[in-house]
Design a protein around this ligand. Structure first.
Ligand SMILES: Cc1cc2nc3c(=O)[nH]c(=O)nc-3n(C[C@H](O)[C@H](O)[C@H](O)COP(=O)(O)OP(=O)(O)OC[C@H]3O[C@@H](n4cnc5c(N)ncnc54)[C@H](O)[C@@H]3O)c2cc1C
Length: 330
């Protein structure tokens, strides 16, 4: 419906929306309740599932606009942006929200350009001020928070995961599902090959509630095993500093920071990481920060809520054992 607050769906490519959509749809619902619209999900996929559609309803989508078909998989920014721009032209949503993910970050920039609309990237708060929406977003590697608003609708924003509160779950809520036809643009990019990342059995870095992160203090790739053992005990994801990534100890997809991933877990545990500004840019919005470093002057202690000045090779096994006994799996 016109004036709706859309949430663009991020999924696992198997027909299941990712849990970050609970946050996006929760925020869309809260804003829509104030502005007089409704939260709607827009899902581009080649394999929607009944369970996935139901899930979107339970997370707050009153209507799901399903753009389903082979042209939408694999993701190609130019195809998705053209389809969404066409749909937005017909539906006139008030806002288009999406989680920060690798592909939706790109998609939303393309869509904003097509619609001639403003985009607040990596937003950490959205509020309504009269008939305007105001976004808060970190700038200068998180040193400042900027507030911005839009000159016209639709208001486009990407939302940082783990920052926005999911809406109250609505068990059994069934969204209206519609399959609108849109003009499909021809793909410019040719899809060549998809390589699946080997599963780690640990949560995805940007979605995890707890992140255990290792830096140069780990001394070598083989020592990340102790962080993985700790992570398994508490259901955490394992991240790394750029020093560890540049040394080839971890793939780049695990890098946290300005030139890596941005995370906002409930708990961040940093081992052997000094706390360079570029690293802080990717994790300073974590709710609780705990740093373990043998140097009491390490800059990370300035932003840490808890600090342990000690050798990580003593702390990690002791912590793992203690937490195993407590059985605190997230
Ligand atoms: C343009 C640009 C972009 C960048 N982007 C990023 C980014 O995205 N992410 C990022 O992380 N960095 C980034 N960097 C690099 C950043 O400036 C730092 O060099 C990097 O974060 C340092 O990583 P580190 O903390 O692991 O290593 P170091 O700074 O070398 O720190 C290692 C720490 O381990 C401690 N330590 C050593 N042994 C032990 C032990 N046994 N027990 C406990 N503690 C121990 C030391 O006291 C030290 O504090 C960027 C830099 C530039 C210029």
């Amino acid at each position: 419906m016109a004036g709706a607050f859309w949430g663009i769906v991020e999924d696992d490519r198997q027909g299941n929306p990712k849990k970050v959509m609970a946050e996006v749809l929760g925020e869309a619902g809260r804003l829509a309740a104030k502005a007089g619209g409704q939260a709607e999900a827009v899902w581009l996929t080649d394999k929607a599932t009944e369970a996935g559609l139901k899930q979107l309803g339970e997370w707050g989508a009153k209507r799901v606009l399903l753009l389903e078909g082979a042209p939408f998989a694999p993701y190609r920014g130019e195809v998705w942006a053209a389809a969404l721009a066409d749909l937005a032209g017909k539906e006139s949503p008030k806002a288009i929200l999406a989680p920060v993910s690798t592909r939706l970050r790109e998609l939303m920039a393309r869509l904003a350009a097509r619609l001639g609309a403003g985009l607040s990237a990596d937003s950490t708060a959205l509020t309504l001020d009269g008939d305007r929406m105001v976004a808060t977003r970190p700038v200068y590697s998180g040193k400042l928070l900027a507030k911005m608003t839009w000159a016209k609708t639709p208001w486009l924003a990407t939302l940082r995961p783990n920052v926005f509160r999911p809406g109250d779950p609505q068990p059994g809520a069934a969204p209206a599902v519609e399959r609108p036809s849109v003009s499909a643009a021809a793909a410019i990019l040719k899809f060549v090959e998809r390589r699946e990342e080997s599963a780690t059995g640990l949560p995805e870095l940007t979605e995890a509630e707890i992140v255990v992160s290792g830096g140069r203090g780990l001394k070598g790739p083989e020592n990340f095993v102790i962080l993985e053992s700790l992570a398994k005990v508490i259901g955490a994801a394992v991240g790394a500093s750029r020093a560890a990534v540049d040394a080839g100890w971890r793939p780049h997809r695990f890098q946290i920071g300005q030139t890596g991933r941005t995370i906002s877990p409930k708990l961040y545990l940093g081992f052997g990481i000094s706390g360079a500004i570029q690293h802080l840019a990717g994790m300073r919005t974590s709710k609780v920060i705990c740093a373990i470093n043998k140097d009491p002057e390490a800059p990370i202690f300035k932003i840490a809520d808890y600090g342990i000045v000690a050798d990580l090779f003593e702390v990690v096994p002791a912590l793992t054992e203690a937490l195993r006994k407590l059985d605190v799996h997230a």
